[in-house]
Ligand binder design. Structure first.
Ligand SMILES: Cc1ncc(C[n+]2csc(CCOP(=O)(O)OP(=O)(O)O)c2C)c(N)n1
Length: 199
């Protein structure tokens, strides 16, 4: 509740909006809640779930966006996950991938480890950090109306974009990804590159 504002959006409804017309969208998720959200809302071969490696979702998204410039890449992650490697924001801005969008599901807490307050609870502003790093677009989304306005930019606008979507802190049922890291990597590569892609 940084700045006294109430967190009102439901993270699973936000993810459902993001993935509603996912089509060929390449999705990378940060560990923990963001992964469980995407597994629950819409598991698909073009979702690459990070089961661990906290802090690497934004860099994974950058690499993918640079390697696949014709494809749209969406990173969905948590506020603590992206904060862990905040310097990657400057690298992303320097590389400037137009096809990369990052959505931070910012519940102002460390969800998986017991809902301790995270740095955004005491005022750290991820959108301001991304803007200062040089992102093309960086915004905080507090409510449904702002989310509806932001969706086209998140999904098709010029990147790199970061949207910090403020969501309610709450316990949601866990849903583990289907398989271990190697299986998920192979599944993703097969869906993206076809059967001839080396594993
Ligand atoms: C290197 C490392 N440090 C700590 C952890 C423990 N850990 C797992 S998830 C998590 C918090 C994630 O919080 P956030 O990214 O904000 O996601 P959410 O609150 O949405 O679950 C932490 C600290 C870890 N898995 N790896």
């Amino acid at each position: 509740m940084a700045g006294g504002k109430t967190l009102e959006l439901d993270r699973r409804e936000v993810v459902a909006r993001l993935l509603a017309d996912a089509g060929e969208l390449l999705v990378v998720t940060g560990l923990g809640s963001a992964t469980w959200d995407c597994v629950t809302v819409m598991d698909r071969d073009l979702n690459f779930y990070l089961r661990g490696a906290m802090g690497s979702a934004s860099s994974m998204g950058l690499g993918l966006a640079l390697a696949q410039p014709q494809r749209r890449v969406l990173v969905i992650t948590g506020d603590a996950e992206i904060m862990m490697t905040a310097g990657a924001l400057a690298t992303i801005a320097a590389q400037g991938p137009k096809n990369l969008s990052i959505v931070v599901l910012d519940n102002e807490a460390y969800g998986e480890t017991g809902m301790q307050p995270s740095l955004t609870a005491s005022g750290a502003d991820l959108a301001a950090m991304a803007a200062a790093a040089g992102f093309q677009l960086a915004e905080t989304v507090w409510d449904e109306a702002a989310l509806a306005r932001a969706l086209p930019a998140i999904l098709t606008g010029d990147g790199p974009a970061l949207h910090a979507v403020k969501v309610k802190a709450g316990n949601y049922p866990h849903a583990m990804p289907p398989g271990d890291g190697a299986t998920l990597k192979d599944r993703f590569r097969l869906a993206l590159l076809g059967p001839d892609a080396a594993a």
